[in-house]
Structure formats: structure tokens, C-alpha cells
Design a protein around this ligand. Structure first.
Ligand SMILES: Nc1ncnc2c1ncn2[C@@H]1O[C@H](COP(=O)(O)OP(=O)(O)OP(=O)(O)O)[C@@H](O)[C@H]1O
Length: 338
């Protein structure tokens, strides 16, 4: 449905989008993820027709969109600050795009009622926008974006301003809604939890380029490089020299899976693969801090030599800060990055 080919945008000589290639299939939900300034919003704006390309191409349903203005592209956009019209009621906000398309009043009212039902706000058409909570306003903005039945719906930080529990709930609702409607979605977020919960496929951006694209599981299990691994929150990433099934690292010899890439590499050890053993065994470390993570405790460790480590520990097993422990590494949670 959507295809970007060598899409490039430069500001003052710097490529903010650098030869980006991306395909989005019909009914697919793709989340673009990346740190601030990596080019996510620019990517959306390019697809929407709000930002011209310096080179490359954007196609929708196989048709090059060069010269096609934003309002003729058939894409819906929902921004972070959702920009509802405060002086109009909920129904008028949702009906906005339908009016622009010349839909009659009777049809509009029926459509608005149906959309409000869909986003979980049945009967809210006559309410004032100011009387709604942040989460309710977000749903109205979503109903408004869905109303003209866009072939592609684009969301820019759709849940950005909401509190965590509401975001987690809405993300599940959105996922159900999109799969029910078969909506094709391109969403941008800097929250990896949101992206992983919402997307069929995630695209991680760095400095205007795609660092990795894949299903949430693929990206989580095999981050492409140290940047992606760190961006996903993995701290135990270290340069090492791999020979056979061992890697020489600042933490000593690490076991690595059979068939790992050899030579000078970057090695990732997931926190679950950092096993605490009694002091005197393994790599000597001092516990510097503990962070409660709900299902486990993250134990932060300073080895006598080498960069800090993070271990995932059961609540009852987590040692106190200041304790001396040993560390062993589990090959099943170790990965040599390409
Ligand atoms: N009109 C512009 N003129 C000059 N530079 C721009 C313009 N728009 C964006 N940029 C720059 O391009 C880079 C990418 O911006 P973009 O908004 O696409 O990033 P982002 O990944 O969406 O970031 P954020 O998560 O902070 O919204 C940034 O360094 C930004 O300062």
C-alpha cells in the first residue's frame, strides 16, 4: 500500500531522512520508533504530503505521490496534541472531515454515532470538548481521524500525553480496533513498550536512517546492533573478541552460542543471563543499586574491572546494595550482534 524508496529530506545540508526505504502492506500496523530527532515525524510528514522530498519517492497503492497535495492523498493524520476544536462539541469535531467531503447532515450524524461507539464514547456527540478527560479527548481525535475512512492512518505519538496506565489500556483497545477495521496504520512513538504492543512490525530509526525493521519479537530477540540494543534498554552491551564459543570481554570470558559471528564484535548479555553466585566464584562484583521492576528486581553491579552490569533477580534473591557477589554468564541469554 505504502512504499518509500530512497526518501531523502535535507535541512541546511544535513540529511534528516537519509535514503529511507520502507514498505507497508494493506492492513499492517507499523510503528516507527527512535530517539528524539531521529526523523520520525519528518517521515510521517513526507508520507502525508506536508514535507517535500529532496530525492526519492513515496508511492501509495503503486502511484507516485510527487505533486499530489496532502488533502488528495487519502491519508488520515492524528498528532500528539490532537488539536480538537474547543468551541465545537464532540460530534462536530468528529464530523469535521466528513463535512469537508460533502457528506449530508443525516449521514454525518449516523456516522458520528457509530464512530463514537467504536472508540468507546457512545452518546457523547453533544458533550463539550472541554468537559472530556485527556484520554476521552484522545479517543475523539481518533474518531475524527478515522471518519473519512483514510486508506492509511498515521499517528504521531498518539498516546504521548496520557498517563501510563491509560496508555497501556488504550494501546490494547487501539490494537483491537485496528484489527477489527483492517486499518493500515503508520504510527510514530518514542515509547518502545507502546510500539511493541501496537505494531505488527517495528522500524527503529537512527539519524534519519532505518537501523532495524522487523516484528516486535524479531527486534527484541535479535537487536541489529549496539544502538538498537541500548535503545531497547539493554545495558549489558560490550565490545569483545569472539573465537569459537567464547568471547574475550572486559568481563572476562563470556560463553557465546555456537555459530556466532567471529572476531571483533559487540556482545549483548540480557539481564536474565547475568547469574549471581556467592562471592569468590565467577566475576567479582559489588552491588551498587536495586530497582524494583514489578515482576523482578534489576540489580546493578560494578565489577572490579570493566563496565557496569545489570542482572534480573527474583525479589527474594536480590542482594543488598554494597554486597559482594560473583557473576556467571548464561549462554542462552548471550548474543553476538552482527
Ligand atoms: N523545518 C525544519 N527545519 C530545520 N530542521 C528541521 C525541520 N524539521 C525538523 N528538523 C530537524 O530534523 C531532525 C528530525 O526531526 P523530526 O521531528 O523528524 O524528529 P523526531 O524523530 O520526530 O523527533 P521527536 O521524537 O523529538 O519528535 C531534527 O534534528 C530536527 O531539528
Amino acid at each position: 500500500m505504502l512504499s518509500l524508496d530512497g526518501a531523502t529530506v535535507r535541512f541546511g545540508g544535513r540529511a534528516v531522512l537519509d535514503a529511507v526505504g520502507l514498505e507497508v502492506a494493506a492492513h499492517e500496523v507499523v510503528c516507527v520508533l527512535g530517539p528524539s530527532g531521529s526523523g520520525k515525524s519528518t517521515l510521517l510528514r513526507v508520507v502525508a504530503g506536508l514535507q517535500p522530498l529532496d530525492s526519492g519517492r513515496v508511492s501509495l497503492d503503486g502511484r507516485d505521490q510527487a505533486g499530489v497535495p496532502a488533502h488528495r492523498r487519502g491519508v488520515g493524520l492524528m498528532f500528539q496534541d490532537h488539536q480538537l476544536f474547543p468551541q465545537r462539541d464532540v460530534g462536530a469535531n468528529v464530523a469535521f472531515g466528513l463535512r469537508m467531503h460533502g457528506v449530508s447532515k443525516g449521514e454525518r450524524d449516523a456516522e458520528v454515532a457509530q464512530l463514537l461507539e467504536l472508540v468507546g464514547l457512545p452518546g457523547a456527540a453533544r458533550r463539550a470538548v472541554a468537559s472530556l478527560s485527556g484520554g476521552e479527548q484522545q479517543r475523539v481525535a481518533l474518531a475524527r481521524a478515522l471518519a473519512p475512512r483514510p486508506r492509511l492512518l498515521m499517528l504521531d505519538e498518539p498516546l504521548g500525553q496520557l498517563d501510563r496506565s491509560l496508555r497501556e489500556r488504550l494501546v490494547v483497545e487501539l490494537r483491537e480496533l485496528f484489527s477489527r477495521l483492517g486499518t493500515t496504520v503508520l504510527a510514530v512513538t518514542h515509547d518502545q513498550g507502546e510500539a511493541f504492543a501496537l505494531a505488527d512490525r517495528v522500524v527503529v530509526m537512527r539519524d534519519g536512517r532505518i537501523a532495524q525493521a522487523g516484528t516486535p519479537l524479531e527486534v527484541w530477540q535479535r537487536p541489529a546492533d549496539a544502538f538498537v540494543a541500548r535503545f531497547l534498554g539493554f545495558e549489558n552491551v560490550v565490545a569483545a573478541t569472539v573465537a569459537g564459543t567464547a568471547a574475550d570481554s572486559p568481563w572476562g570470558k563470556l560463553p557465546v552460542p555456537d555459530g556466532s559471528a567471529q572476531g571483533g564484535r559487540t556482545v549483548l548479555v540480557r539481564p536474565a543471563g547475568v547469574r549471581l553466585v556467592p562471592a569468590g566464584q565467577g566475576l567479582p562484583c559489588t552491588v551498587t543499586a536495586r530497582t524494583f521492576k514489578g515482576t523482578h528486581v534489576a540489580v546493578h553491579l560494578q565489577p572490579a574491572d570493566g563496565p557496569r552490569l545489570e542482572a534480573a533477580c527474583a525479589l527474594r534473591d536480590a542482594p543488598e546494595p554494597g554486597a559482594s557477589v560473583g557473576v556467571e554468564f548464561d549462554v542462552a541469554e548471550t548474543l553476538v550482534l552482527e
